[in-house]
Design a binder for this molecule. Structure first.
Ligand code: SAM
Length: 205
């Protein structure tokens, strides 16, 4: 695994990954989302190995995972096939092309920093792509900590105020923040931490 100063080549990371790179279960906020929207279409942006997609598909939602890595999308779909689980996957770079469709639930965990200066516009678009009563559930790195210091010149790290303002016309059902330990270490092998916001917001109407 590379250090935070270098660009991560996700395709390569997933090709060489022996086991699993991320948590092997759905995120807590995905579980919470199902309490507000009982069925319908789910989009997971930067779905990685697809544990959130599996969770939603197992519960009968129509789930789509998108990720920049073709390899990880194939891995996710192969694994879904093994369990006869219906879900969709699409290899796509969210910094280069827009997302199509409308969704009842949109989730994304640990990905939006890569949007850089497109962050605000992208979130606005996702809000429009969420159906009335629908949920946005995101874990987003914030503007404090090691990751922010190392990458603020090229990635985007919102403040709590910016994030809450973006959702001021929705109901913020749950919001929390935490100084999170990063999975990737610094150049000298040091443990890195960064502020992480967890947001669960519901579109009113
Ligand atoms: C930190 S991982 C998180 C994976 C998954 N969301 C999770 O929490 O287990 C970031 C993911 O974002 C994907 N990614 C990075 N840049 C991307 C881009 N420009 N477009 C789409 N996906 C991207 C990576 O391939 C990777 O799977």
């Amino acid at each position: 695994m590379k250090t935070r100063k270098e660009d991560v080549d996700w395709e390569k990371e997933y090709k060489i990954a022996e086991g699993k790179l991320w948590e092997q279960k759905a995120h807590t906020y995905s579980r919470l989302a199902t309490g507000y929207v009982k069925n319908g279409k789910v989009l997971d942006i930067g779905s990685g190995e697809g544990y959130d997609c599996f969770y939603f598909a197992q519960k009968g939602y129509d789930a789509l995972g998108i990720d920049i890595s073709k390899t990880v999308i194939k891995k996710m779909l192969d694994r879904a096939g093994k369990y006869s689980l219906k879900l969709k996957g699409l290899a796509k770079d969210i910094t280069k092309s827009k997302i199509g469709g409308k969704y009842n639930i949109i989730v994304s965990y640990g990905v939006f920093q890569f949007l850089g200066s497109n962050f605000l516009e992208f979130i606005d678009d996702l809000k429009n792509k969420t159906l009335p009563g629908g949920i946005n559930s995101f874990y987003i790195f914030g503007n404090k900590g090691d990751f922010y210091k190392l990458a603020k010149h090229r990635f985007y790290f919102p403040s709590e105020k910016t994030l809450k303002e973006l959702y001021s016309d929705w109901k913020i059902v749950k919001f929390s923040k935490k100084n999170t330990k990063l999975l990737i270490r610094g150049d000298k092998g040091e443990v890195l931490h960064n502020l992480m916001f967890k947001l669960l917001a519901r579109k009113i109407g």
